[in-house]
Structures are given as structure tokens and as C-alpha cells.
Design a protein around this ligand. Sequence first.
Ligand code: ADP
Length: 608
Amino acid sequence: MNWMTVIWPMMIAACLTLALINLRIAMGDVRRLPHVFFFFSALAVAAVTAMELAILRAQTVEEVNLWLRWSSVPLVVMVSCVTGFVGSFFRTGKAWLAVSGNCLMASAEAANFLSDTPAVRHATGLQQVETFGGVWFTKPDVVEGPWSPVEIAGVALVIGFVLEASRTLWRAGGQKRAVIVGGSIAFFFLFSRGHAIMVERGIVQTPYFVGFAFLAVLVAMGHELSDEVFRAAQLSRDLSESERRMDLAAHAAKLGFWTWDLKSDEIWANETARELFEVPANEKVDFSRFMLAVHPEDRDGVQKAVEEALAGGLAYEREYRTMLNHAGNRWIAARGRVELGPGGKPVLMRGVLMDITAQKQSEYELQQLRGQLAHAGRVSMMGQLASALAHELNQPLGAILRNAEAAELFMQADVPNLEEVRAIIADIRKDDQRAGDVIDRLRALLKRRDIESRSVSVVQLLDEVLALIRADAAARGVKLTVSCDSDIPSVRGDRVHLQQVLINLIINAMDALSDTCTPERKVTVSADASKTGFVEVTVSDNGQGIPPEKLQNVFDPFFTTKPHGMGMGLPISRTIIEAHGGKITAGNHKNGGAVFRFTLPVDEQQEV
Ligand code: ADP
């Protein structure tokens, strides 16, 4: 069995396989140049190996010379492609070395191929030589031609180029690649050329090993290239994994993704986005198809937003409704970004969209609810106003009634005391005016108009209230005491409102006393200015007090414990005091009876 007829065809097959693999990769890879060079190198090595085999089996000198001549073609292709591979794969190297080396090589081989007289090498005779395993092969006696030094110089320059490129790559951090690819190319180039010279000069009695050497170079190149391919495959696995994760997240968040290629007017949309627009997976979508799904009333707005985004290269943001066959009208929130091409022109728009129908629906419901609440508020305010008026008018109307009854009694006398009647009528007029004032101011207060803010003397205020209520107190058998320093500072506020508060508190105190069997019914009103910036007014009684569990409710509207009470006096009083910038509190005395305290800000201007 002749091993040469096995090994050499195997080498050819290996070269062709490598060539085909790289051709396939080169066709699908963006960074394809190294694979293209590899493909042609592998083809050339296969051809050189085939010619080597033909020489080993040649019977005549002419036959050998024919193959020596034709081998020039794949040799040139191989050397130039290996140079191209190193340049494109390393992205380093001196161009002048590559170009001059290849030019010398190409011109020597061209001379060898084209001229009638042998230029680089030719055979003058043949020998049959026995080698390992008792295998015989043809060894030509080769004579070097005049172009041989040119070829050697070309190969030397190419080796120089490879070494220089490897050195630069090494320095830039690519040590592994520099050693494996650069080192092996340089080594096997030197080896194959050196070995061929030794064979031709009869120093060694072996076949040519050019094919072997270059197959080794191919293996080294292929090893690093496949490393790249593995890395790319790993990257693509990682990418598709992260894409799956993104898809899952987008699906969970019900986010639709879209990309609009402006040049081809093609819109890519993920599954969620297609579902939102009811577009089947296989239907092509362009801008006009998208606009068709937008509600007619929102189309202009969307068009304008898109145009503005494109004109300014800006972000796009819009909420619009869709008009769909099955799902009816949906609300969509879309956000996007314009991507610009090399010339600053928009080339792409990409973004996300989300179904916000539920959110819009609840916004609408909230708005409805707010409207209803406002209406209810108005109704309740009217109710409060009516209750407050009824409450506050009770006192002046009661006084008017009592005065009118007294006047009637006076008039029944034989000789009516006209002076008394006149005084009573004057009182009635005063009470009537008060009632009118009460109505006006209450209305203003409930409409939240500003209160009338004037300087009010606390001493005067207490005197006025006392005058108004004294008769009532006397009728109820209540001792009403007022204690107040004459130099107490004035406060700022609305006299009638403040009178109202005091009257409310005093009447409540007197009411509380009406059910008690206390021998002495006392209501005390006092004022002091011990708190800086405030005057504190206290109304206390010695009635049954307020049950502790009810203390927090007494200011609530409509809270009352009286059979005919309305529960409006204290809430109105609190509104008035707070509108004056003060505070009102309720409490109980240690030894019985309730205490109401309110503060009012001191009138600073008056103080100065
Ligand atoms: P009304 O007087 O119509 O009941 P108010 O708002 O003026 O309404 O008073 C609410 C409730 O506070 C009263 O019904 C009463 O129970 C309690 N209250 C007010 N002042 C006193 C007081 N001085 N002593 C005991 N309870 C009081």
C-alpha cells in the first residue's frame, strides 16, 4: 500500500473541507473578510498539494515541468491570501511590506508561468527514490532559474510583514493570536521554502512538504478563526437568552415594542403590540396601516406628534385611542425615539406602547366621583347654612318675642308707660338688626369669604355680650360673672362673629346648668393675655360637665345631647375662631363643670 496516495489526497480533502466551512461562514458573517481569505488560501493549498502529488507520481521530465509551472498560480494565490488574512484578522501590519512582498512573489511566479524559458525552477532529470515503508516516488533534479532570488526575496518580505504584524498585535494585548497565527505562518513559510530548497539541491531525499507545511498554517489560522466563531455563537446564545428574558418581562408588563424603518416604511411590532392593534402575525404593517387603527379623532394629533419628532430628531410621546373590531376603543400610551443616520437624517423610530384603557377608565370614574362629591358638598353646605341660620337666629328672635310680649303687657295697662314701650321697641330694633347682621356674616363665612378684620377691644366685646345676655341669664337664675383686666390688648377680628361665639358658649353653659340642682348656678367669662401674641378667653360653668368620651365629638356638626338641640353652635364657633387664626378647646373642671377656651391673635398695630 503506497501511503503517499493516501496522505496527499487526505490533505487535499482536509483543505477543501476547511475551504467550504469558511465559505459558508463568510457568506453569513458580517466580518467576513478573514474567512474569504481563508477560503482562497485553503483552495490554493489543496491545488498545491494536488500538484505535489502529481510530481511525486510523474514519469517524465515534461510532466514535472508542467506541474512546476502551474504550481505558480496557487502559490501566488496562497501567499497573497495569507497576507490578506493576517492584515484583516490582526488589523495591524505594514502595508508596504505586504504589497512589496506580494509584488515580488507575483512577478517571479508570473515569469515562471508565462515565459518559455524556465524562470524560477525547472526539472532537468528524474530519479526514483525509495522512502519510508519501501515506497518509491519521483524526485526531479531541479535547477533554479534567474527569478528564484526574486521569489525568495518576496517570501522573505511577506514573512517580515507577518512578524511585524504579530509584534504589533502582541503589544496591543493579542499575545495568543500573535503566537499561534503569526508564529506558525512565519515558521511554516520558512520551513516549506527551506525544505524545498534542500530537496531541489539534493540535500534531503524526501518528497516536497509544501502542502504539509501550508496545511499546518491553515490549521493555525482556522483554530483562531473558529475561536471567533465560537465566541460569536456564545454571544448569539447570550443575546437570544436576554431577548427571551426581555420578551417575558415585556409580556408580563404588557408592553408592546415597535420599530419603524423610515426608508422602507416597514413597521416591526412584537406579539403584544400586534395583539393591541389586532394585527395578525403575518400581516405587513406600514405607517398608513397603523394610522388606520388609530381612532379618527386622534389621527391628526398622532400625525403631528410623529412629524414633530421626526423634524426635531426628538422623543415621541402620545396617548391616543384605537378603533378595533373586537376590543372596541382602547387607550394606548406610546413613547418612542428617533434614530438618526450618518447624515443626521432620521432613519428609524423605535419605541414602546402600553394599554392604558383601565387607567383612563378609572380616571374618568374619579372625575365623575369628584363631580358628585362637589355636588354633595354644596348640598351639605346649604344644609349647614340653614341649620346655622336657624341656630343663630334663635337667640335674637327669642329676645324680640320676649320684648314684644313685654310691650303687649305694658300696652294693656290703663295708662301705658310709653317710655318703657319706646325702650322695648328700641331693643326690638336692635335685636332685629343683629339678626340681619348674623345672617349676612354667616353667609359670608360659609361661602368662605374673608372675614372682616378690625381691631376689637376685648373689654368692650365682653361688655356688649353681657348686655345682650344678661336678661336671659337673670331669667334662668344664673349668675354671670365677667373678669377681665382693663388693659388687656385688643384683638383683630369680626365683632359680630366673636359676639356670636361668646353667646353660643354662654348659652350652652346656661343650658348645662338648667338640669342641675346646684344651689348656685354660675357662669364665668374671663380673658387674659398670658400667652404671647394671643388673648385667651375662657367660659366656664359649674354644671355637670361634658362626659369624657364625648369631649372629642362636641365640635362635630349635628352633635347634640339636647332634645331640641341642633349641634351647630360649637362647629360654627370653631369655624369662626379658626378663621381668626385662633384655637378653641373644650374640657372639664377638676371639681365639675365644663370649660371652653379660645384664643385670638393680639392686634399688633393697636398694641404699638
Ligand atoms: P347644641 O347646643 O345645639 O346641642 P352645640 O354644638 O352648641 O349644639 O353643643 C353640642 C353639645 O355639646 C351639646 O349638646 C352638649 O352636649 C355639649 N356641650 C356644649 N357646651 C357644654 C357645657 N358647657 N356643658 C356640658 N355640655 C356642653
